[in-house]
Design a protein around this ligand. Structure first.
Ligand code: C5P
Length: 401
């Protein structure tokens, strides 16, 4: 399995005929759920256009070291810091010399010099150039510096000669890059999390809602992304920053949250319902602001869909994890919810202690056991929750195999 999900790949393209294969390379990185940014030397642009790679990567392509517009959006130093891996493919003989000499004369060599990220090169050149003593000495230096060398392969060359010097095929490069990363606990899994409160409109300015900061859901989303899951966080209104590598979708009402969650029903491996979904909504939303004329106001409320129960009832049921914020008999009420909603795992906590707090104590409850996590920071507890979810998934997989 590839472990490229959420990884930030900076692809440097230098001027060899194999540059045309970068289109496929970028496409495969995207397919493996990596974020890809591309930088090209001038001569690379003779073989493939920046526009092609921009369209495939979905990002601006860096072609110039002194590009005022590009620097304003993301400076080259920032780009060098952004990368989890720099792959130079193809790497020409001349470019190998540039790295060895520590040049920063073009955008790609400047990025290599400015980055602390691991660097991999995929040499591609005429077989005699590869065999040349100077190139081989450069290769020794690059190896000594810890730069990873992919290939080259042997075979027929664009110039008609036969020998070592062909760039490795894009799929092979993707697999080699994947091998450079450790696989997280949830690598390859798609995870949907709901978080925050929902707001149920009474009239254009008023609503009913629940007390929820969203902190637990955001901490879980962050830890799941760290564990290499593909994370979509469907959040009610909260005042929190989206964690890195998490796709966030904002919603207001329970019905909106339900509709968004259902859009992912065929592609989720794990569902975590952390949201404090309002159980009821006003039967009718007044079109104009309701005037306070009467001494009493009667609101007629109807039940909202129970999102997590609907997910747990799907034929293709994901591993379904719920939360229960209770004010009394926390564990007993939590266990009842686990059964009633047909959940695989539930985290129960005391509602009052937890509101807007950075720390939490929860009891993890599954069919057979329960045990306490915390008291600890929500991030620490979130990491333990991810470990539990991963262990349960592994157990299910072994039992079903
Ligand atoms: O509100 P309640 O205690 O029933 O919440 C238990 C679990 O059910 C939580 O995981 C919550 O996110 C989920 N839930 C839901 N849709 C609702 C109500 C609760 O998904 N309408």
């Amino acid at each position: 399995m590839l472990s490229l999900t959420n990884k930030r790949i900076l692809l440097g393209v230098t001027g060899g005929i194999a540059a045309y294969k970068c289109a496929e390379l970028v496409r495969l990185f995207k397919q493996a759920n990596s974020e890809v940014r591309v930088a090209m030397t001038n001569s690379a642009q003779e073989f493939i256009t920046p526009l092609t790679l921009q369209a495939l990567s979905g990002n601006h392509v860096f072609t110039n070291l002194v590009d005022v517009e590009a620097e304003a959006a993301m400076g080259h130093i920032e780009l060098a810091r952004w990368a989890d891996l720099i792959l130079i493919a193809p790497t020409t003989a001349d470019f190998m010399t540039r790295i060895v000499q520590g040049k920063a004369s073009d955008i790609v060599s400047a990025l290599v010099l400015a980055s602390h990220a691991p660097i991999a090169i995929a040499p591609a050149m005429n077989q005699a150039m590869w065999a040349n003593n100077v190139t081989q000495k450069n290769l020794d230096v690059l190896n000594q510096r810890g730069i990873t060398i992919f290939g080259p392969a042997e075979g027929e060359q664009a110039c008609g000669e036969i020998g070592p010097g062909r760039m490795l095929e894009p799929m092979e490069l993707i697999e080699r890059c994947s091998d450079l990363f450790q696989k997280g606990l949830l690598a390859g899994k798609s995870l949907i999390i709901t978080g925050g409160p929902t707001r149920e409109a009474i009239d254009p300015v008023r609503y009913i809602s629940n007390n929820s900061s969203g902190k637990m859901a955001f901490a879980l989303a962050a830890e799941a992304a760290e564990a290499d899951a593909r994370v979509t966080l469907i959040s009610g209104p909260v005042d929190l920053q989206t964690p890195p590598r998490v796709k966030r979708i904002n919603v207001e009402s329970a019905e909106e949250m339900f509709a968004k969650v259902m859009e992912f029903r065929s592609e989720m491996d794990i569902f975590i319902g952390v949201a404090a979904v309002a159980d009821y909504r006003p039967k009718q939303v007044a079109k104009e602001k309701i005037k306070k004329i009467d001494e009493a106001l009667n609101l007629s409320l109807i039940k909202n869909p129970d999102i997590i129960s609907k997910i747990a009832a799907l034929t293709k049921k994901p591993f379904t994890v719920g939360f229960a914020a209770e004010t009394n008999s926390v564990v007993a009420n939590g266990r009842e919810k686990l059964h009633k909603k047909k959940l695989d795992l539930l985290f129960a906590n005391n509602a009052i202690d937890t509101f807007n707090s950075d720390t939490i104590t929860v009891t993890a409850i599954d069919q057979n056991s329960e045990y306490q996590l915390g008291p600890a920071n929500k991030s620490v507890v979130a990491r333990k929750m991810i470990e539990l979810i991963s262990a349960a998934l592994e157990k299910d997989a072994t039992e079903n195999s």
